[in-house]
Write a protein that binds this ligand. Structure first.
Ligand SMILES: [Zn+2]
Length: 114
């Protein structure tokens, strides 16, 4: 499962943050999931719970995700649409660029001191 390796990498990153801040635990982490990342937020939650369950630093922590809407930009005129149109409503162009991100972005982390 793709999400499992993403969460494993995320936890590695969070471990580094916890160490860096000399914190004892992580209580909350917020992620933005790029609309074109191909990542399923539900699978991400599932993987997080599976990996966090074995790790006392993440006991009772929660993962929050948000997925902003993707946008399609007309390659010819830059007109922005929420859904991919057949033709651009402004110029009739038919080539669109995806706009809105493929990445997972760590937004916010809440750490607890001992
Ligand atoms: Zn256009």
């Amino acid at each position: 499962m793709h999400e499992l390796s993403l969460v494993a990498a995320l936890i590695e990153q969070l471990d580094a943050l916890i160490n860096q801040h000399g914190a004892a635990r992580l209580s909350r982490v917020r992620l933005t999931v790029g609309p074109f990342s191909g990542v399923c937020a539900e699978s991400l939650q599932f993987a997080y719970r599976a990996l966090a369950a074995d790790n006392p630093r993440y006991a009772d922590s929660c993962l929050e995700t948000e997925t902003p809407p993707g946008r399609f930009l007309c390659a010819a005129c830059g007109h922005e649409s929420e859904h991919r149109p057949e033709t651009c409503p402004r110029c009739g162009g038919t080539i669109f660029d995806r706009h809105g991100g493929r990445d997972l972005i760590l937004q916010q982390v809440e750490l607890e001191e001992e």
